[in-house]
Design a protein around this ligand. Structure first.
Ligand code: NAD
Ligand code: LMR
Length: 325
């Protein structure tokens, strides 16, 4: 057996974490030969829930579980963390836009950024799921000056998976036949799901679906899917969000296939003319635990307009929280 890795999960008593933690101790994240110590963080009022979850983890009897730390202290949660899932935040309710959450949730991520800075492993991989995820990730990164900005990311993998699934349904094929999907920008209703580079069974997706469907119903459906699930369930997506979080981190650890990439919100470096220093979703390829933004894709005027629109929203969000940097 390998040396255990330390994985922190915040919002550990919440619905996404409940769907995530047990998959981690089953080995779905880091493999069947990789033991894990789970560090579960939540607020003081949730400690009884966390104790129940800890009991269930024991009862799971996974040979991969090398320890559980339950705490309401971010410093304890992030001690020696190799991987951190920052899930904990107040979720959006019916009728709320993600921006409404900025003021409520932003402070959580400055506190957690500081704690990560002080306590985490220098090579820690951080995924922010709690909304507004991109800007929360930026706040955390800005509060962790000793860590590389490349340690921080935000989740657009759920949007990526939604887009793949909708395209597969439209084409009457399997999700396994789809490659090179891209989500650009913010995990919000301004995100741009782009089919220009997507392949269906190796052929350009736009040879198989009508441009009108792409420009209209497809983009709109991906952008609004989160809100639609909330309208139906009265709660935001949980199992699909946990699965996307797991896949995001697994890709980051294990790499992407030769013939594909994934969407991941990362610290922008000016690629595609996007302002530097935003957590912007790009197509990325990953090797040896390190990502690189896919370069050189041709961008037409239609795409550029939408990439700029979602960039503008992120610039506005950044402006609203800059007092926390
Ligand atoms: P939930 O309400 O079920 O759980 C949130 C948990 O976070 C609660 O247990 C709460 O006590 C805890 N929490 C609150 N403040 C905290 C703090 N300061 N430190 C630690 N824990 C804290 O919510 P959920 O459904 O699990 O969703 C969690 C977040 O994920 C929400 O912000 C939601 O909007 C977001 N989300 C993001 C995506 C995405 O694609 N990026 C998808 C779905 C949901
Ligand atoms: C989602 O996309 O399902 C989540 O971000 C929930 C939300 O607030 O839309």
């Amino acid at each position: 057996m390998k040396t255990p890795i330390h994985i922190a999960v915040t919002g550990a008593a919440g619905q996404i974490s409940y769907a995530l933690i047990f998959r981690i101790i089953e080995g779905d994240l880091a493999g069947q030969d990789q033991p894990v110590v789970l560090h579960l963080l939540d607020i003081p009022a949730a400690m009884k829930d966390l104790e129940g979850i800890r009991m269930e983890m024991e009862d799971f009897a996974s040979p991969l579980l090398a320890g559980v730390v339950s705490t309401d202290d971010p410093k304890v949660a992030f001690e020696n963390a190799d991987i951190a899932f920052l899930v904990g935040a107040r979720p959006r309710g019916p009728g709320m836009e993600r921006q409404d959450l900025l003021s409520v949730n932003a402070e959580i991520f400055s506190v957690q950024g500081l704690a990560l800075n002080e306590m985490a492993h220098p090579g820690v991989k951080v995924l922010v799921v709690g909304n507004p995820a991109n800007t929360n990730a930026l706040i955390a990164a800005k509060n962790a000056p000793n860590l590389s900005t490349r340690s921080f990311s935000a989740m657009t993998r759920l949007d990526h998976n939604r887009a793949v699934s909708m395209l597969a349904t439209r084409c009457g094929c399997s999700v396994a036949d789809i490659r090179q999907m891209i989500i650009w920008g913010n995990h919000s209703s301004t995100q741009y799901p782009d089919l220009h580079h997507a392949l269906v069974r190796g052929k350009p997706a736009l040879e198989g679906v009508e441009e009108d469907w792409f420009h209209g119903p497809f983009i709109s459906a991906v952008q609004k899917r989160g809100a639609e699930v909330i309208a139906m369930r009265g709660k935001s997506s949980a199992a699909s969000a946990a699965n996307a979080a797991l896949e995001h981190m697994r890709s980051w650890i294990m790499g992407t296939p030769e013939d594909d990439w994934v969407s991941m919100a990362v610290y922008s470096d000016g690629s595609y003319g996007i302002a530097e220093g935003l957590m912007y979703s790009f197509p990325v390829r990953i090797r040896d635990g390190d990502y690189e933004i896919v370069q050189g894709l041709p961008i037409d005027a239609f795409s550029l307009e939408r990439m700029r629109l979602t960039e503008k929203e992120l610039l506005m969000e950044k402006e609203m929280v800059k007092h926390l940097f």
